[in-house]
Design a protein around this ligand. Structure first.
Ligand code: LLP
Length: 432
């Protein structure tokens, strides 16, 4: 009935998340409100690292991609599960550091890291810096020399697989701002140079083929391509690549018709490809890293809104306006991403209408979705939009000077604020 397994209808007929009544949450904390179920986050992390242990003999690490949802409490949860972190900016690094995250388990990403960011990563001794381009390699070599550090790096490689849709193609990804191209020889030249660098240690290769991917085949193909490259490096340079980071991108269920493969199957199949290709090519089994973001955070979260206006335009559509919108969830206006929604205080009723849920921003495109099946919604009702745990809070803005909502974690029947709602004073904090 609901897209996420942790959602149910309680005896009051209300939507519950992790056993907690969402209507009560809206009353207690106000709306708009992001709610995340901590147990779902923990279970997803465990499913990933348990499968890594089972199918890859424990020779791997799961690094949660914190761009999906980052705050100090999230970093603490990931740390307590023993997993690592993928951070993509100094802000995400700072959040992890301040939360006491073990920085040696952090991979630092970014296609255009600043010198300040590189220095910060060296100062706090992150586990790997994932180098995107040759000028970054040169800058890092110089900065590491100045700081008397020798960081471990990985190279981000474009494996030539475009998997942004349900199908995948094996060409045409040279035109990407991320990483070194294989086809042109750019990646090999960079490896040749890095092997001889004094101040960095080339510890691995990285690729990330896209996001919200349902199919496992493109991940298998990416692993094959990367192992071919590892074998080429060994043959031509006599250099052993110790680490292979296969990125994130596992799809989740936003709508009932979505049917992503379970993480376990993904890890079983990809581990098999990596092991068998290593045996076939005669290369050492690399340590494997994966970087799931959306698949950890999205299914754990919902967003609660209060309905304001109901506007029926006969023969055209019905607008249900809520007290949030593109400022807390820009994914419909950006990508046309679809969500499932429920009237939380009428969760046991039939969804009898198809409506457009509109936000409160001064922008016609500010919608949460169109043609959404919903219970009859009136002013004062609470709407829950499901599977909003990833790329919603992390992509939120203060457009129209709206205050960012609070984030509440629920865990085994209890709730707590992990990010406070912004105040009006927060809105003018940096104004002179
Ligand atoms: N690793 C790297 C290097 C990445 O670039 C990303 C996502 C991930 C891991 C995590 O991917 P995930 O498992 O979350 O799919 N804002 C977009 C998604 C952008 C993803 C960017 N990179 C959205 O809202 O759909």
């Amino acid at each position: 009935m609901f897209v996420s397994e942790n959602l149910s209808v309680n005896s009051a007929g209300h939507l519950a998340i992790g056993g907690v009544d969402t209507v009560e949450l809206a009353k207690e904390y106000g709306t708009p409100l992001y709610v995340m179920d901590e147990q779902v986050i923990r279970n997803s992390l465990r499913r990933f690292h348990d499968s890594m242990n089972k199918y890859y003999d424990g020779k791997g690490e799961v690094h949660y991609a914190s761009k999906a949802f980052s705050c100090m409490e999230m970093c603490r949860v990931v740390a307590s599960e023993g997993d690592g972190l993928d951070a993509v900016s100094i802000g995400e690094l700072y959040t992890a550091y301040k939360a006491g995250f073990p920085m040696e388990k952090v991979g630092f990403h970014g296609n255009n890291k600043t010198d300040e960011e590189l220095r910060y990563a060296l100062k706090y001794k992150v586990g790997h810096i994932i180098v995107d381009n040759i000028s970054e390699l040169h800058r890092l070599e110089a900065i590491a020399g100045e700081m008397n550090e020798k960081p471990s790096i990985m190279f981000r490689i474009k494996p030539g697989i475009d998997a942004h849709t349900h199908d995948f193609v094996k060409t045409g990804q040279i035109d990407s701002k991320f990483g070194f191209a294989l086809e042109t020889g750019e990646a090999f030249e960079a490896v040749k140079e890095a092997v001889n660098c004094k101040n960095v240690h080339l510890a691995g290769l990285h690729c990330h083929i896209g996001s919200q991917i349902f199919d496992i085949a493109p991940f298998e193909e990416a692993a094959r391509v990367m192992l071919g490259f590892i074998a080429e490096i060994k043959a031509k340079l006599d250099f052993v690549v110790e680490g292979l980071n296969l990125g994130g991108g596992f799809g989740i269920k936003y709508l009932n018709e979505h049917d992503p493969a379970p993480f376990e199957v993904y890890l079983e199949r990809v581990s098999y490809v990596v092991k068998s290709e290593c045996a076939r090519l005669g290369v050492e089994l690399p340590k494997m890293f994966i970087e799931p973001g959306r698949s950890i955070a999205a299914p754990a979260g919902i967003t609660l809104y209060t309905v304001g206006a109901r506007k029926v335009i006969p023969n055209i559509r019905t607008y249900i306006s809520v007290d949030g919108g593109m400022a807390d969830n820009p994914r419909y206006i950006l990508y046309g991403s679809e969500y499932d929604a429920v009237v939380a205080n009428k969760a046991n009723e039939e969804r009898t209408e198809k409506v457009t849920i509109a936000g409160k921003c001064c922008e016609s495109g500010d919608l949460i979705g169109e043609n959404m099946p919903l219970q009859h919604a009136e002013s004062g009702d609470i709407i829950a939009v499901c599977a909003t745990g990833a790329y919603n809070y992390s992509m939120s803005s203060n457009y129209n000077r709206l205050q960012k909502p609070a984030v509440v974690f629920v865990n085994e029947g209890n709730s707590r604020v992990v990010v406070k709602r912004e105040t009006l004073d927060d809105i003018i904090r940096n104004d002179i």
